[in-house]
Design a protein around this ligand. Sequence first.
Ligand code: ATP
Ligand code: MG
Length: 593
Amino acid sequence: MRDETISGKAYDARLMRRLYHYIHPYRVSIVWAFLALTISTGIELFSLYLYKMVVDQFIQNQQRNGLALLCSIYIGLLAAGFIFQYVQFYLVNVMSQKSMYDLRLELFKRLENMSLSFFNRKPVGYLMTRLTSDIEALDSMFANCIVFTFNDLLYIIGLLGVMFYLSPPLTLLVLAVMPMIAWVSIRFKNEVRESYRDVRRLLSELNGFLQENISGMETVQIFGREKTNFNRYSKLTREYRDANIRSVYNYALFYPTVEFLGAITIGLLLWYGGTMLVNNPGFAGTLVAFVISSQKFFQPIRDLADKFNILQTGMTAAERVFSLMDANEIVPAPEKPVTRVIEGGVEFRNVHFAYKDDEWVLKDVSFSATPGKRIAIVGPTGSGKSTIINLLFRFYDVQQGEVLLDGVNVKDYDLRSLRSQIGLVLQDFFLFSGDIKNNISLGRPDIEEDKLIEAAKIVQAHPFIEKMPKGYDAEVKERGATLSVGQRQLLSFARALAADPRILILDEATSSVDTETEFLIQEAIERLIEGRTSLVIAHRLSTIQKADEILVLHHGEIVERGTHHELLARQGMYYRLYQLQYKDQAMPDAVNA
Ligand SMILES: Nc1ncnc2c1ncn2[C@@H]1O[C@H](COP(=O)(O)OP(=O)(O)OP(=O)(O)O)[C@@H](O)[C@H]1O
Ligand SMILES: [Mg+2]
């Protein structure tokens, strides 16, 4: 993906403010988590002091009274610390899950309202990544960084305080090793970031490749592309493997290195502390507590480098998620949306339209239909027929001219109200996973079971649905791959009919079906259209012949218009189309008509 390489900062105040917006509702949990954390850190720091007491007061003086009590206090304290840690860990993670849930919903809602031109430009894989792995990266950042980074800092500062209190010279000794650790950490951070970036980029490429190949497996096998695709896959997978190994290598090197530097520090401490012990036996407790403290000192430092990476990945993800959120390609809503019941008047008035820049797809298209009229649109492929539908549904806005329904510009309608009142049957009918029933009603609560069965009966989809093992409750698998082309078309008619729209739009599929099904489909179309304004992109002679007006589209312009007979008599473009495409469909009597 193109923006996979945003060089994210680890901390960006503007992004943080926006992210905070999602945590805000759960701020009370965070306050509690901070509190629990501060207490558990305090307990841990205090327990260090107990080591010194045990050695100095009990072991050195060979005194046993009270030792058991002190050890019990120690265990009790650690148990309390455990509970506080549990509380804050739980709170933070729940908060993170909840805010990601909110974010996911918001993002999906944005997507649902995006204009279709947006989806034409953004690959599916790109959008999927935003909604899945980027949000996961944010989750990981919320869960690991917000409270815990603060914890690490608090811990390090507290520990330094304790160490200074115990022995300033030994503290300086520990601090002397710090530049080394800092250097190693920074190198590690950079290396890991590089390899992570590769891992993520390759993963998204792999996913895209897999998605394409699995859904296109039929084509792959028909054209014998298995070997070529396997080679491409194996190349991608190899790169992915190597990128992962690189990142593992960094981790494998980093942790032991910090460990080793820690060991050096302890060696130095024991050496220096040991020599001090000779002159000052009372120093033993301090030395023990100090050695333990210094060991604890390295862990949060080591973690900080890791968290820095998580933070950086999270920030990059935030940037991408927000850029998607801000993509302002929502179909603009009118100030006072019209929600009236549409009677069925359709008009295109001098419409000019281009999908991009000035590549005009429709040029000065005008036509109108009073309620109940039938209009057929014919024309060669790519002439702009489906585009007319897109404009009527307001999937896109026209650059010039007007599209009117009942005399009101489509831009002035409430978008949902507009679309819910127009029935649409597309060339490629989209079935969702779920049962047949839901695929007809599309989950609209106002379409009850008897109404949808009625619709199925009218378009004669009922017989084959009934024959299915579970009838209307039968599951539709994999976009209806198990249904025949004809069955899918009848289903799509039932879907359009169930909503009982005043205007019906039909982009007839060209796929050929057997004569019997063809007859069923023709009849279904008749029943579907009856009593409604209809706009049919027609490939069937039978639909075209019955139209009140036929529009012949060529390169985005209406070149001819009239009834079937008028147009035939004219011997123009329609006549030629008829000779080429429709004549063979004609029944013997239709030819002579
Ligand atoms: N989403 C889009 N973005 C950019 N250009 C598009 C888009 N959809 C269609 N076009 C272009 O607009 C022109 C008209 O396409 P349209 O789909 O309206 O043709 P059509 O008449 O329906 O063809 P067919 O009979 O093959 O369905 C074509 O040149 C096509 O390449
Ligand atoms: Mg089309």
